[in-house]
Design a protein around this ligand. Structure first.
Ligand SMILES: N[C@@H](CCC[C@H](N)C(=O)O)C(=O)O
Length: 276
């Protein structure tokens, strides 16, 4: 038995997509996701994406970080699977139901509504999430937002001056974030423009993070730093983020298919037995 995959990316945030609607997949676990994501001995990706049938939407999308953790949301992967689908789709995720549609700028995704309550982030104890009374060395007073997954956002003069390789993992794993956290450092360059770098929970520094762009835009809007439509520029390129009057976050940007292939699950230490 071989398994077909599609390698995709959104602004360089890359994915291995397995379509479990079209083939029987082995039982998925953290070890399998980690082995597949390994850039030296596997196919290599930031996230493993698995599509399954859904009773509530057009399909279900499961998201595994490179460290094997299964998580609730991935903005760039949502655009990628929207491209694969080729027409408007309602997608069930652990973070809720979202929808993706092809459009002029690539794929547009309705990501849901942001949550700000401390226990919805979640944080370990009650505090103001709009200006958290915490600091990690020079990084202080962030905003925390949940856009399906948890984010903390620091507004700084120059995101590229921050040592994210060192501070990212420190903040990601701080006990104040019981489910860990995605760490964003952002610079405001105009009322409609933000520069962003993201240390992703379970994946490290990525070239782009769609949910990070959404959370950062929302954090900047709640602080009155930008208008309700912004361009968020990540190392991999720009995303358009709008916070609509009805509360919905809309993210628009490109998605790309890199190549297709197949592999033998036995090469990843998996028994050939399958589940469906
Ligand atoms: N790259 C993604 C986010 C993937 C999940 C994240 N690392 C988490 O653990 O919540 C995106 O584009 O949003």
């Amino acid at each position: 038995m071989r398994i077909d995959f599609t390698k995709m990316h959104g602004l360089g945030n890359d994915f291995v997509v397995l379509d479990g609607r079209k083939q029987r997949l082995p039982a998925l676990d953290a070890a399998f996701a980690t082995a597949l994501a390994d850039r030296h001995t596997g196919i290599g990706c930031d996230q493993l994406i698995v599509l399954e049938p859904s009773e509530h939407g057009d399909f279900r999308m499961r998201i595994f970080n490179a460290d094997g953790s299964e998580v609730e949301a991935c903005g760039n992967a949502t655009r990628a699977v929207g491209l694969l689908h080729g027409r408007p789709a309602r997608i069930e995720t652990l973070g809720g139901m979202i929808s993706a549609s092809p459009c002029d700028g690539g794929i547009s995704v309705e990501m849901g509504k942001p949550r700000f309550d401390w226990d919805a982030i979640p944080l370990a104890y009650a505090m103001d999430t709009h200006t958290m009374p915490l600091a990690w060395e020079g990084l202080a007073s962030p905003v925390a937002v949940n856009v399906g997954n948890p984010h903390v956002i620091f507004f700084v003069d120059d995101p590229y001056a921050i040592d994210m390789e060192r501070l990212g993992p420190l903040i990601e794993t701080d006990p104040v974030f019981p489910e860990r956290v995605n760490v964003n450092v952002a610079g405001i360059t105009a009322r409609d423009a933000i520069t962003l770098r993201v240390w992703e929970r379970g994946a490290g520094l990525t070239r782009a993070c769609g949910t990070g762009a959404c959370a950062t835009a929302i954090g900047a809007m709640t602080r009155g730093l930008v208008d309700r439509k912004v361009t968020v520029t990540l190392p991999g390129g720009p995303l358009q983020i709008e916070w609509r009057e009805d509360g919905e976050i809309v993210m628009t940007g490109p998605a790309t298919e890199s190549f297709r292939g197949n592999f033998d699950p036995a090469d990843y230490g998996l028994a050939a037995g399958s589940t469906d």
